[in-house]
Design a binder for this molecule. Sequence first.
Ligand code: NZQ
Ligand code: ZN
Length: 389
Amino acid sequence: MLNFEFVSPTRFIFGRDAEKALVDQAKTLGTKILLHYGGGSIKKSGLYDRVKTSLKEAGVDFTELGGVKPNPALSTVREGIELCRAEGVTGILAVGGGSVIDSGKGIAVGVPYEGDVWDFYTRKAVIEQALPIGVILTLPAAGSEGSDGSVVTDMDTQSKFDCGSDLIRPKFALLNPELSYTLPPYQTAVGAVDMISHVMERYFTNTEAVDVTDRLCESVIRSVIKAAPKALADPEDYEARAAIMWAGTIAHNNILGVGREHDWASHNIEHELSAQYDVAHGAGLAVVFPAWMTYVHETNIQRFVQFAVRVWDVDYTAGEEKAAALEAILRHKEFYRSLGMPTSLKELGITDDRYDIMAEKATRNGSLGGFRKLDKNDVIAIYKLAAKG
Ligand code: NZQ
Ligand code: ZN
């Protein structure tokens, strides 16, 4: 196990009615709050009115900015920064899924910074200050409610970049599984794929003696595999929704990733798909991750055998490592298909070939991947595998 430092300062308040805790938690965001949300799902569900009532009850002043789109836009982040400066906002309340939270995090780091917020995403500047952020989660998927990251897209250059700092981990996250009952099946599935992917980016490592986190990773993946079909069959299955919501948070606040090298190639490869074609992140991962697994499984076949046996209950005979690894990849893909996810670029609606430009951008900071180093040609080969599915 590698040395590590782990900080997860977020206060997670979980369960039915968790959003009511806003009345007490709002003060951690200061005296004037930006209520930040997406395209209207919270108005339809009635959550928007309840949040406003709680803010009034808490006695805090607030202003609002809605309209965050999936794959959140840099232009909205800039608009939010201007608004917050003009109105003297002291903290951000993001109500929604990963896109709203990430947009809110962008605003939080942009307000106290004199330059352009995009500098943080292009690695021209390091985050040194941020307004406090609070979250009411409506979509378990990205794990942004507990993570140190924000992912934003500059639509003008089709660049989807991330930035990170412990300073943007939310102060509080209110997690009520019932708020996810209204999710369309597609979003439920996309969320399941994203959280499983967050665990797998950590699981596929060459670091040895990481049994504690290995077993935590395996059980979180297995729990999502069990709960996701239940949530699809009965959207109001509270226990299934609860399992998914907590899995999504711990999949990405890094409790599962300490003391080990991570991979993250699949995420970088997928972000280019989202940037070019505006596909849902989890749907892109359903295509890219199995292609990546197929491409790299021989790098450390024993790790794939462990994954096969412990996650997918594959019967393994000594000497049949490759067969076990391929069987696990097949079962993994079949599971994604059973959730209604695409497993090829074609099924994702992508039929043209922009592999070269996407691979160029994905490797702009150097090679990808901790499990196996991938250069531009490797990334192109993975897009080609993904095309076939
Ligand atoms: O905009 P509204 O109307 O709210 O609708 C949203 C949106 O259309 C809808 N939705 C959310 N909650 C709902 C609901 N519809 C009905 N009922 C509800 N309860 O779902 C749609 C998708 O929302 P979005 O926030 O885009 O989805 P998700 O949570 O999957 O977030 C995806 C974004 O997070 C980034 C992704 O790249 C992508 O941009 N990620 C962020 C990470 C982080 N900050 O740590 C890590 C991840 O790897 C990921 O990259
Ligand atoms: Zn992700």
